[in-house]
Design a binder for this molecule. Structure first.
Ligand SMILES: [Zn+2]
Length: 302
């Protein structure tokens, strides 16, 4: 049986019930005044599904108010299908394909996938690593900077920096460049000082040992990739999925939106099967992320 036979992928009332169970696990909360006890579901044939009235502030609302789904004309059950597709495709799904599968226009598919990426983006973080932990750090280059002249080397490309804690999650950043001045502040802000850091021999990592428990590196230039625990295979594994996704699926990602694509790959890596997430759990996790992230595009038609 297709996963999309589930009622919340087919029916608007079931879709609202599903989303409410995720966003309001302890019962409905008024998005306007925060009252919990006074929310009453509006019923009747003419009432659209999911509508509540708050008897504290007298306002009407639904669970999508204040989320990336707010004021969308797309039916909620279609949104839930889109979120599932993006959460269950290891390398992502292009907005063109999303539009074909869901039966919406290409433009709508693009707006939907941007909003879902925003839901996948996490905000403030506790430091990664800690005593006994190992964080691998590497950078990669994607696409082309706006207006940049294409030359040899990476100067015209967008740089992405990724930190991966072995056995745990990843955190990636769209960075201006890969100098020590670009990278060190990010490492210091995101990784606990007690952590062991692994990198390649690139010059920008020369001073890493001053700020962390230890710094191991391999000499790729000398053909050395692994020396016991000293390697960057984990972050390179992350990049192999990221690059195949970015090249194959998201060829036309602009610089302005790169941070959202990067967040999407981090999101799936951080809720991967090995950490106990199946496609449904990953989808629920993305749905929790829709709250408090209204995204408005001036010419949005969805
Ligand atoms: Zn209220």
């Amino acid at each position: 049986m297709s996963i999309f036979n589930a009622p919340y992928f087919q029916d608007e009332a079931a879709a609202y019930a599903k989303l409410e169970s995720i966003i309001w696990p302890h019962g409905p909360v008024c998005p306007h005044c925060g009252a919990m006890e006074k929310m009453s579901r509006l019923k009747g044939k003419a009432t659209r599904p999911g509508l509540y009235k708050c008897y504290a502030c007298r306002k009407q609302s639904r669970v999508t108010v204040g989320t990336v789904f707010e004021s969308s004309h797309i039916k909620l059950h279609i949104w839930l299908q889109a979120v599932f597709l993006m959460c269950s495709s290891k390398k992502g799904i292009s907005s063109n394909q999303l539009s074909r599968v869901l039966g919406v226009t290409v433009k709508t598919g693009w707006f939907m996938s941007q909003r879902i990426r925003e839901a996948m983006r996490t905000g403030a973080f506790a430091p990664m690593g800690g005593p006994g932990a190992i964080v691998e750090v590497d950078e990669t280059f994607i696409g082309k900077k706006l207006g940049a002249e294409v030359k040899s080397g990476f100067g015209h490309k967008n740089a992405v920096l990724t930190l991966v804690e072995r056995g745990k999650g990843s955190r990636s950043f769209h960075v201006d460049g890969t100098s020590s001045a670009d990278i060190m502040p990010i490492l210091k802000a995101n990784i606990a000082a007690e952590t062991v850091i692994m990198t390649d021999e690139a010059r920008q990592y020369n001073r890493v040992y001053q700020h962390f428990a230890a710094h191991g590196f391999t000499r790729h230039s000398a053909g050395e990739y692994v020396r016991g625990k000293t390697h960057t295979n984990t972050v390179e594994g992350f990049y192999s999925v990221f690059k195949r996704g970015m090249r194959g699926v998201y060829q036309h990602c602009s610089e302005k939106h790169l941070h959202r694509y990067v967040a999407e790959f981090d999101f799936r890596y951080n809720q991967r099967a090995r950490l106990g997430f199946d496609d449904n759990a990953r989808t629920d996790s993305a749905l929790i992320g829709i709250v408090g992230k209204r995204l408005t595009y001036r010419d949005s038609s969805i």
